[in-house]
Design a protein around this ligand. Structure first.
Ligand code: KMH
Ligand code: ZN
Length: 277
């Protein structure tokens, strides 16, 4: 178990609309301001989805490059681009995200029902993403929406080798309608299944919606790291909308300190994840 906690902020996502969630950061300025605020209260990684001028999800390469450059200029955060995009994004656009040259990108380990939609991740697409990331020196965060996807990750590593940087880091995304539940029991089952992965494997966990706090507490107690943000949670407490991403990061940092595993600095997070300075 590490003595500190890596905190990732996922500030925007592709699912909530600005009209429904006015505090959602959707412009580049809002994203960079959010990044700075979140770093100040304990985040070391930012998981980025972009929006267009109408606040709709976009994988436009020019905008992605601009966002990577701006976040690098204004923050020390590790920049992780989403290769998941929105459920409607084609595979070609999702692969092209890597050409924006982020430090990290997400790599989802299987197809999952996503409410009424399907988040499609064919095996050959996963292999292509993993291989391109290694060729381009981009460190993956493997996104796990269900228990069997950990077995798929083991198969991927067995057949296609370790990722760029040599370290395996994954994120348990818990509570998506169609995936595993956001419970301590499910998290423990995943931790047990991780025994088949390299022994240095690290994980963070994300609970969607009201699963945020149970998953946060379970992850800390199981030696895991944390992902929080308005991509996954727009309600702070019953009847209280989230005011800002920094509010969620500050709460995660406070819990991490109580657990005597305070937030990790971005430079320690780079060392842990095998990301070049
Ligand atoms: N928006 C979801 C369909 C990722 O960023 O890699 C996919 C997602 C996962 O958010
Ligand atoms: Zn995402």
């Amino acid at each position: 178990m590490t003595t500190t906690t890596l905190i990732t902020v996922a500030p925007t996502g592709a699912e909530s609309s600005k009209a429904d969630v006015p505090a959602l950061p959707v412009t580049l300025d809002e994203l960079v301001t959010t990044g700075k605020e979140c770093q100040a209260v304990g985040a070391s990684v930012i998981h980025v989805h972009l929006r267009d001028d109408d606040a709709r999800p976009t994988l436009d390469l020019g905008r992605l490059k601009e966002a990577v450059a701006a976040l690098r200029a204004e923050t020390d955060l590790i920049v992780q681009l989403s290769s998941g995009g929105a459920v409607t994004d084609p595979e070609s656009d999702r692969l092209r995200v890597l050409d924006a040259g982020p430090d990290m990108a997400s790599c989802t380990m299987g197809t999952v029902n996503f409410g009424d939609d399907v988040f499609l991740n064919r095996w050959s697409f996963i292999v292509e993403l993993h291989t391109r990331m290694r060729d381009q020196g981009i460190v993956p965060e493997y996104e796990i929406f269900d228990l069997g996807q950990l077995t798929a990750l083991r198969r991927l590593l067995d057949k296609h080798g370790l990722p760029a940087g040599g370290h395996v880091h994954l994120d348990l995304v818990m509570g998506v309608p169609g995936g595993m539940p956001a419970t301590a029991e499910a998290l423990v089952a995943c931790v047990q299944a991780m025994r088949d992965l390299p022994s240095s494997t690290t994980f963070s966990a994300t609970g969607i919606g009201r699963g945020t706090l149970p998953v946060l507490l379970a992850s800390l107690s199981a030696g895991g790291h944390l992902r929080v943000g308005m991509e996954d949670t727009v309600t702070y407490a019953k009847g209280a909308p989230v005011e800002s991403n920094a509010q969620l990061v500050a709460r995660a940092s406070a819990f991490a300190r109580l657990a005597q595993r305070p937030p990790m600095t971005p430079s320690d997070a780079r060392a842990l994840l095998g990301i070049r300075a």
